[in-house]
Design a protein around this ligand. Structure first.
Ligand code: C5P
Length: 220
């Protein structure tokens, strides 16, 4: 089979990561979590005391941290300047600040370049998940999926992941982050015209995976 490029976009809590990893593992493809890259650069900025209210300050250091993404779906580690940040990038602090950092054009240019070179290097193809993969990063992807789910379903899934977190607070934070990601000027969260939309509200994870695997196999 020729290398196949799959773009999976959508708001948070729609099951993008679980689906993308499982599809990649099942089909022997590489996997790239682009949200982790934006989280990693945000983690570096927080750690180095960069003023995140100031886009100019963010832009000035956007090229500094060295970000290396693992593309094995079984163990997608991510390092910043050689430090494994897979855990620290999932804190509430990073989650609440990542939209401000990812809205800065210099940050996006830099991370988009990384994403394109990783996709080009994937021998057997790759599943890339994010917000702007089908629209901006890989507009020529063989298959584009846009995952959606009701705000209630998304908040419930996220609260489950965070073990006991308040569903209402999670829902509010999630809606705020999606609104910021959808309304930014540069490469906002959006469905590509040629993407297949899959509403996961009433589907189990296994059903979503099966649906995407079938769509990929049709393209190979
Ligand atoms: O997918 P995840 O929730 O980890 O993404 C974290 C954040 O990274 C998003 O809220 C968004 O601000 C940013 N992001 C982005 N473009 C992508 C992937 C993520 O701006 N392709």
């Amino acid at each position: 089979a020729r290398p196949v490029i799959v773009a999976i976009d959508g708001p948070s809590g729609t099951g993008k990561s679980s689906t993308s990893k499982a599809v990649a593992a099942q089909l022997g493809l590489s996997y790239l979590d682009t949200g982790a890259q934006y989280r990693a650069i945000t983690w570096w900025m927080v750690t180095n005391g960069i003023d995140l209210e100031d886009p100019t300050a963010i832009a000035a250091v956007a090229g500094k941290p060295e970000i290396v993404s693992g593309t094995d779906p079984a163990a997608p580690a991510i390092t910043v300047d050689g430090v494994d940040v897979s855990g620290p990038i999932r804190t509430q602090e990073v989650t609440s600040k990542v939209s401000a950092v990812s809205a800065v054009p210099e940050v996006r240019t830099r991370i988009t370049e990384l994403q394109r070179s990783l996709a080009a290097a994937a021998e057997h193809g790759i599943v890339v998940e994010g917000r702007d993969i089908g629209t901006t990063v890989l507009p020529d992807a063989d298959l584009k999926i846009f995952l959606t789910a009701s705000p209630e379903a998304r908040a419930a899934r996220r609260s489950g992941e965070l073990k006991g977190a308040d569903v209402h607070a999670t829902r509010e934070a999630l809606i705020k982050r999606d609104a910021a990601d959808s309304s930014r000027k540069t490469s906002p969260l959006a469905k590509a015209d040629d993407a297949v939309e899959v509403d996961t509200t009433e589907l189990t994870l296994a059903e979503v995976i099966e649906c995407v695997v079938t769509l990929v196999e049709e393209k190979r």
